[in-house]
Design a protein around this ligand. Structure first.
Ligand code: TRP
Length: 480
């Protein structure tokens, strides 16, 4: 009989270690892997980005994944209460709950644009159904995408549908239904992606793609690439806002935190890399395409792969449907912390909390919808002058880019740094050791070393860097 841990609001528990892995993988694998990774890699020069990304996944992502799971399992509470309780237990301030609260805010912001992109994927299910991708040319693929996002009403309608689906799942309570779906979703998605890689390698320039992704050009490396890769690692692994902590609260006692984390991190990274290998062969074979296409990259390239194959209509419907479902299982883990906060701290009923939060997030999402049409030229620059130096904090970003920047580059890494610091220095070692008791001692000491050093140091560097402070320190030291 699997253990049945106490739950915070009686709605989630995983029946086994596998069930937890499925749920956490369902959270991790989503638009971030298939839409985000290829476009970020393309915008940031390929190999150098990928290398830093992989380094961040291993050196920061894996230890923080373990940390979130162990905090969750130790306290069996939602992230806010979990941070508070574990801090108080070890004689520290209850204010650590603010890490959980920031996570609620980050989930809120991320979901607002996530739902818009999820809406695009949903729209593509119907495009695929109507056979629009057969024999599609690059020009037509461009038109299909631009007419969708350039029309705020259409884009908003799909965003609305996506959000309604997410609210429905969360308002009913995340439960074994999700578990069952993810069990077949992940393997099928994996297989389809591999098939796409196969086709892309025949149709496109596979060698150029591999070279681009895995042969780093270090001249492309700068602080922006590092920040982008680090943000992408957090985002793709669902780390930094307590989503995995929340699921960890329901992990059975006998499951290994280290092995479980490794499985999730491995699966998530594999899906991202495979998506890159499916997209880039074509990017290099089509003269009209550039790697720095931005958020539209995947939506313009994939239909062209489907258009070229026998039975492409069916495969494309399947693919976009699976992508939508993968996006929903991720979105659920973004909405759940917000809802759980309203339920446990604000005393709202789950149904009502889901509707209220869902509506507010939907509304904020309209800003992202408009960022791709009427507001695309509304840009914000913040560059205060301090002394004789100008600090460029925001360099001409539109609404979507601001929300993305706030979450990817600021809130998630900051959350990650706080969590790492917390388990490394605040939580009692007895408690953390007990959570990792089934792993060899070396695993524990390596983990402790990582959370105490690498993660916070990198976190601080990247934060300073982002604020332009690092550049100024270098300048001040006469180093640049
Ligand atoms: N990881 C998901 C993706 O790649 C998105 C996501 C879900 C997420 N939950 C999260 C990102 C929590 C950061 C934090 O699509």
């Amino acid at each position: 009989m699997p253990s049945q841990p106490a739950s915070t609001d009686g709605n989630i528990y995983w029946s086994s270690r596998l069930a937890f892995i499925l749920a956490a993988t369902g959270s991790a694998v989503g638009l971030g892997n298939i839409w985000g990774f290829p476009y970020k890699a393309g915008e940031n020069g390929g190999g150098a980005f990928v290398l830093i990304y992989l380094a961040c996944v291993l050196a920061i992502g894996l230890p923080i994944m373990m940390s979130e799971i162990l905090i969750g399992r130790h306290t069996r509470k939602n992230p806010i209460q979990a941070m508070e309780r574990m801090a108080v237990q070890s004689g520290h301030s209850p204010r650590w709950r603010w890490v959980g609260l920031m996570g609620v805010g980050a989930g809120f912001l991320i979901l607002s644009f996530y739902s818009v992109i999820g809406g695009w994927a949903l729209a593509y299910v119907f495009r695929a159904l109507s056979g629009d991708f057969a024999e599609i040319t690059p020009t037509v693929a461009n038109e299909v995408f631009n007419s969708l996002v350039g029309d705020p009403e259409r884009s908003m309608a799909w965003h609305t549908l996506f959000m309604v689906a997410v609210v429905l799942v969360v308002s009913k309570g995340v439960n074994s239904g999700l578990e069952r779906i993810i069990k077949w979703l992940m393997p099928t998605l994996f297989v389809i992606l591999l098939v796409l890689v196969g086709i892309a390698s025949v149709m496109g320039d596979y060698g150029a793609a591999v070279n681009y992704l895995f042969n780093p050009d270090f001249s492309k490396l700068n602080s922006e690439v590092v920040v982008a890769a680090m943000g992408q690692a957090f985002f793709s692994l669902s780390l930094g806002l307590g989503a995995i902590m929340m699921y960890g609260a329901y992990l059975p006692d006998h499951a290994s935190v280290a092995k479980t984390s490794l499985a999730i991190v491995g699966a998530d990274t594999a899906v991202a890399l495979i998506s890159g290998l499916a997209i880039f062969p074509l990017v290099f074979a089509i003269p009209e395409m550039t790697t720095a296409e931005g958020p539209s990259l995947v939506f313009k390239v994939l239909p062209q792969i489907f258009g070229k194959i026998e039975g492409g209509g069916f495969v494309s419907v399947m693919f976009f449907l699976l992508l939508v479902i993968a996006a929903i299982t991720s979105a659920v883990s973004l909405l759940e912390p917000v809802v759980s906060w309203l339920v446990t701290q604000k005393g709202m009923a789950r149904d009502r909390a889901s509707h209220v939060a869902g509506f507010a997030i939907w509304f904020l999402g309209l800003g992202t919808v408009l960022s791709f049409s009427s507001w695309s030229d509304e840009r914000l620059t913040i560059a205060p002058r301090i002394g004789d130096r100008i600090f460029v904090l925001v360099d001409g970003k539109n609404f979507f880019e601001i929300v993305e920047f706030l979450t990817f580059s600021l809130m998630l890494p900051l959350g990650g740094v706080m969590i790492a610091y917390f388990v490394g220095f605040i939580a009692s070692m007895k408690a953390t050791r007990r959570q990792l008791a089934d792993s060899p001692r070396a695993v524990y000491s390596t983990w402790l070393f990582m959370v105490r050093n690498v993660a916070p140091i990198l976190g601080v560097i990247i934060l300073l860097n982002m604020l332009g402070i690092l550049d100024s320190i270098f300048l001040w030291l006469g180093l640049s």
